[in-house]
Design a protein around this ligand. Structure first.
Ligand code: PBG
Length: 333
């Protein structure tokens, strides 16, 4: 038998040709850009200077006075959006400081709006940072359970208050049933019909949120969140949660955490074709940050590969604590 002389017939040869350095970028299926990223900011009403978060080395809580500078720095790096988390001065059982028009988030949004025109301001909408017990809703102390339905009107009030202060998108993260509809209705009644909702639709009950609870001071006094967050064993359930949120009016759906749930992300994107966000959470950050500090991982490569993988799996946008570093890195490529 004669050997094939024209090796263009061999698919592997064709792939090798396309893998040459200059050509590789041209044919890459997934391209990461700073424009894909959303940068979280923790704004803390109780501090006067930035404080590094112990379990998230390189990440800081910032005071109200400098939150606008931080936002501008993010915008200058080419990142199109931020998501704000608030640490309030006062907490109570019902989390009322979450809908105070002079609350930490409301003031932060106004300060940022004053200095940036184009940056999209997303506000995380949850009660856990604002309640003394640290749960995401109103709690019945006798039965030690979170009361779903009484929580909904409170979330509606928080959403309206955020929108009134100038938030572009509200992002409910508490996984209460019916929260998207309650928030949509409340926003519409107050005239905020054009304020989109980014729902944390498929939010797993994950140990990877551990460092965040340090960061946002939202550890809980009793119980856990397994009553309202999803079982890591399930992915069909995630699709049902996403579908409910879409029916209730969610404009953007989210899968969280990101790396351990890339299969879920892919299924959600393929099935619903909605604008889909993924949240690379605090524990995912902490693993890469810590291993890099130990010299066990190359920081730049690990950050890039992890974000690329999340985008490849179907994310249109990625909330990530690496946003600023990734944007700096990508601008040099
Ligand atoms: C609040 C909220 C949490 C996160 C985002 N919003 C914590 C939680 O559900 O316990 C986690 C983010 C992270 O780990 O980076 N409901």
């Amino acid at each position: 038998m004669r050997l094939q002389s024209d090796n263009t017939m061999f698919p592997k040869t064709r792939m090798r040709r396309l893998r040459q350095d200059r050509i590789r970028n041209l044919v890459a299926e997934t391209k990461l850009s700073a424009k894909d990223l959303i940068c979280p900011i923790f704004v803390d009403e109780t501090i006067k200077e930035s404080v590094e978060i112990e379990s998230m080395p390189g990440q800081y809580r910032v005071p109200l006075d400098t939150v606008a500078d931080e936002a501008r720095e993010i915008e200058d790096l080419g990142i199109p959006a931020i998501i704000l988390f608030g640490i309030p001065e006062t907490k109570d059982e019902e989390g009322t400081s979450a809908y105070d028009d002079c609350g930490i988030i409301q003031q932060a949004v106004q300060n940022i709006r004053n200095v940036t025109r184009d940056l999209t301001i997303i506000t995380d909408l949850c009660l856990c940072e604002y309640t003394t017990h640290g749960h995401c809703g109103i709690v019945d102390y006798d039965t030690k359970t979170v009361l779903n339905d009484p929580t909904l009107p409170v979330l509606g009030k928080v959403a309206v208050s955020h929108a009134r202060s100038g938030a572009d998108i509200v992002a409910p993260s508490g996984m209460m049933d019916g929260m998207v509809r309650a928030i949509r209705t409340a926003l519409d009644i107050d005239g905020f019909t054009d304020t989109p909702i980014m729902s944390y639709s498929a939010k797993y009950c994950s140990c990877f949120y551990g460092p965040f609870r340090d960061a946002a001071d939202s550890g809980y006094a009793f119980g856990d969140r397994s009553g309202y967050q999803m079982d890591p064993a399930n992915s069909n359930e995630a699709l049902r949660e996403v579908e409910l949120d879409i029916d209730e009016g969610a404009d953007i759906v989210m899968v969280k955490p990101a790396m351990p749930y890339l299969d879920v992300l892919r299924r959600v994107k393929t099935r619903y074709m909605m604008p889909t966000a993924a949240y690379q959470v605090s524990g995912e950050y902490a693993m890469i940050a810590a291993a890099s500090r130990m010299g066990w991982l190359n920081y730049d490569q690990a950050v890039h590969e992890s974000l690329l993988a999340i985008k490849r799996a179907g994310a249109d946008m990625i909330i990530t604590y690496f946003a600023k570093d990734a944007a700096r890195m990508l601008s040099k490529l």
